[in-house]
Write a protein that binds this ligand. Structure first.
Ligand code: SF4
Ligand code: SF4
Length: 476
């Protein structure tokens, strides 16, 4: 345990740690562009220069600690060099923050104000480069904004292993470019480079110019698109910035999805499928309860469902493995005695989707199979003899398998033809409209929170299960 001194403060470091790691662990901030805790050390941006007594300036990211070393992170020399580096980095930078999606979360912008704050000293014309270079069907590259930190290339070499990005040429005409025959569009983790890029050089096509980031806020959530259950942030419009005159749908829609770091589940990464959750949750929604296709109030639909259940001889339920821990438990508690319940696979892999790999992606494309299987058994090939009522909860059920003449109670969130054929149809909320937990394939529990309000005819499944078990007419 070597003792070192940072800005005069004695700190117990561990053998093998770098000055950067020790400083971060003890709350001392050292600026950087190229360093990242999950990537190899490149040491090319030089922003993390610190002064070591008796040694002069050196980069903190690649400097192992040694006993008694005295590090200064804010000496006059360090400040002067930081300023010079920022002058150098912005020499050819277009400074087009006004139209850049990264503005508000750009480290170059932050460091410029913090450590430089001066106009460019250069009198020469800036070297121009490619704007809106088409890196893939998901990502655009602005080479003028790139600070050549090489985080993106290292990510594709070390983490996703697609080797899809490299650098061509040298000096002020050096550019990030796709590697021939290794299309970035085939890398299912490619969008992590957008988050990794410390400036606005790598841009999401989906998010391009859609919103300034300071109009948005993140809600912690969990990706339901496979049993890894990556922790995510669902970004949506802040209440204070709700749109009134323009498209009010913006207030209730997902602006973007980014990873929420959780070392026990996904580290700092997610796959592209997880970023496209709006395509799942923002499909056309079912908003009205129905009896055989006739719209009714929630209370009337519940009354009819209770009547059907009480008149039945053998009730079977196919429960959703997109249900939260709380919803699955509510089903067991309130209806477990009445229904013979089996777990259904709500989602299967979509065409072209990676099935499984050794980074994050799992073959089971559902978030809560683990907990569902702890409570209920697998769906049987045939419905048990005498089944006269089937409660279907969620998507992915083949209605052709229903026993003839069985009455159907259907709980679903989206518009689909079967809604109108069910004896009782009850629309249920989606994940972004409620809070809960999922248990991933390893048994790790992650929480998701509510960010949008559900429509009046839509109910939470948990409340419906309780109401269905009530003996008399009940209201949610
Ligand atoms: S594109 Fe971004 S992440 Fe890649 S080298 Fe340039 S600044 Fe770094
Ligand atoms: S790996 Fe699975 S849980 Fe993680 S983001 Fe991708 S689909 Fe979602």
């Amino acid at each position: 345990m070597p003792e070192i001194f940072i800005n005069g403060r004695a700190i117990q470091a561990r053998d093998g740690q770098t000055v950067m790691e020790v400083a971060r662990e003890h709350g001392v901030f050292i600026p950087y562009f190229c360093w990242h805790p999950q990537l190899s050390i490149a040491g090319n941006c030089r922003m993390c220069l610190v002064e070591v007594e008796g040694r002069g300036l050196d980069i903190a990211c690649n400097m192992p600690v040694s006993k008694g070393m005295k590090v200064m992170t804010d000496s006059d020399d360090v400040k002067a060099h930081r300023k010079a580096i920022l002058q150098f980095i912005t020499l050819n930078h277009p400074v087009d923050c006004g139209i850049c999606d990264k503005a508000g979360e750009c480290t170059l912008q932050d460091y410029h104000y913090e450590y430089n704050g001066e106009r460019s000293l250069s009198r020469d014309e800036k070297v121009r480069s490619t704007k809106f270079y088409n890196l893939s069907n998901r990502i655009l590259l602005d080479n003028e904004r790139c600070v050549l930190c090489l985080r993106c290339t290292r990510f594709t070499h070390e983490v996703s292993k697609s080797m899809a990005l490299g650098v061509e040429r040298r000096g002020d005409v050096s550019n990030i470019r796709p590697v021939e025959d290794r299309p970035l569009s085939e890398d299912p983790y490619s969008d992590n480079v957008i988050d990794l890029c410390p400036v606005g050089a790598l841009l999401s096509r989906q998010f391009l110019h859609r919103s300034r980031v300071w109009f948005l806020e993140p809600t912690p959530s969990v990706c339901p698109r496979c049993s890894r259950g990556c922790n995510i942030q669902v970004w949506h419009r802040k209440d204070a910035w709700r749109v009134k005159a323009l498209d009010p749908k913006q207030n209730e829609s997902i602006a973007r999805i980014t990873p929420l770091e959780n070392p026990a589940v996904n580290g700092p990464w997610i796959c592209n499928v997880g970023r496209d959750l709006a395509q799942v949750f923002e499909r056309a929604r079912a908003e009205e309860p129905m009896l055989k296709g006739r719209p009714v109030a929630v209370a009337a639909a519940l009354d009819e469902a209770r009547r059907i259940i009480s008149a039945a001889r053998h009730c079977v339920a196919v429960v959703s493995n997109w249900g939260s821990n709380e919803e699955l438990e509510a089903f067991r508690r309130h209806l477990g005695e009445v229904f013979h319940a089996f777990v259904k696979q709500d989602w299967q892999a979509q065409p072209g989707e990676r099935i499984e790999d050794d980074l994050l992606i799992r073959a089971d494309k559902n978030p809560n199979t683990f907990r569902a299987h702890e409570l209920f058994s697998d769906a049987p090939a045939q419905f048990p003899e005498g089944t006269d009522v089937v409660l279907v909860w969620g998507e992915g059920f083949d209605f052709a398998r229903l026993p003839p003449r069985a009455r159907i109670i259907f709980l679903n969130s989206y518009l689909q033809p079967e809604n109108g054929h069910a004896d009782v149809f009850l629309p249920v909320s989606v994940q972004t409209e409620r809070a809960g937990h999922y248990t991933n394939f390893e048994g790790t529990v992650s929480a998701f929170e509510r960010c949008f309000t559900k429509k009046p005819g839509v109910s939470d499944a948990e409340a419906l299960f309780k109401a269905l078990a009530a003996p008399a007419r009940g209201h949610l």
